[in-house]
Design a binder for this molecule. Structure first.
Ligand SMILES: [Zn+2]
Length: 268
């Protein structure tokens, strides 16, 4: 009887060790840390002209310190950097934004880079994006990306404030401001979304620009890097909040047309 108890105790002990070893192995095997991406509303709603939300910038800051989006009435591009929100209006003016201002669409994260590397050679942002995707553990999770450095060229755009009845985004974007910057220091930051989530946000990379002097910026259409530091955060947790009233309850939100998104986001 006593012998059986001893054997049972030993087996239990070994099972415990085995379980601990499995947990430790999982922790050390490079599992993507669970950082959370927070999104307000969806790209598909924005595409259909849902340009008013109930989310204040103050509330948005409770969900992240880095990110991008737009403002109610589609009044320019938003970039959030180190917890400060900037607005780039359709005429290219940049200013910081009060907590009371409203947004109809935003993606934010508390940015905690998992990896970083430097780029010493000149490279286009689209080439860099391909390089980034070779380094990541999977193309099927989200990433927050921050590129800090010198840019040889940046082509950026900013949408203009719209008036009701709101046009669809593809029509609103026909009259956007387009800016060409050269030899400028700053940050290009944003997110990678797997294409499969394309209706939620822009599939692939969606990046916004802000110059070091905070006088230039916009939604990045293309860019060319002189040298830069690239930081990446792996995001496996996604939180979505939808508007509680407004256009999302009045319009038919259809399926996202990839060609339309490419035209709007990349100018292709
Ligand atoms: Zn954008």
């Amino acid at each position: 009887m006593r012998k059986i108890e001893i054997i049972t105790g030993t087996v239990l002990q070994w099972m415990m060790y085995y379980l601990l070893a499995i947990i430790l192995a999982a922790l050390l095997s490079g599992c993507a840390p669970s950082h959370a991406l927070y999104q307000y509303s969806s790209l598909s709603a924005l595409l259909e002209g849902v340009y008013d939300g109930q989310m204040t910038i103050g509330e948005l800051k409770r969900h992240g310190d880095m990110g991008l989006g737009t403002f109610n009435g589609l009044d320019g591009e938003m970039i959030m950097d180190d917890g400060v929100v900037y607005q780039i209006t359709g005429n290219g003016a940049v200013h910081s934004v009060d907590d009371s201002v409203l947004t109809p669409f935003a993606d934010v994260v508390f940015f905690k880079p998992v990896t970083a590397f430097t780029v010493e050679k000149e490279i286009s942002c689209s080439e860099l994006e391909k390089e980034i995707l070779k380094t990541v553990p999977s193309l099927n999770i989200f990433y927050a990306v921050k590129i800090e450095g010198m840019f040889k060229r940046i082509k950026a755009r900013a949408v203009r404030a719209q008036h009701k009845p709101y046009p669809r985004l593809v029509d609103a974007a026909k009259d956007q401001g387009v800016f060409d910057f050269s030899d400028v220091g700053g940050i290009v930051s944003g997110f990678y979304f797997p294409e499969t989530f394309g209706g939620l946000s822009v599939g692939g990379f969606h990046m916004h620009f802000l110059s070091d002097d905070r006088k230039a910026g916009g939604h990045v259409m293309s860019c060319h890097i002189s040298h830069a530091k690239v930081s990446l955060d792996y995001l496996t947790d996604f939180s979505l909040e939808l508007p509680t009233s407004g256009g999302i309850y009045e319009k038919a939100i259809g399926t996202v047309r990839k060609q339309e998104v490419d035209t709007i986001e990349k100018g292709r």
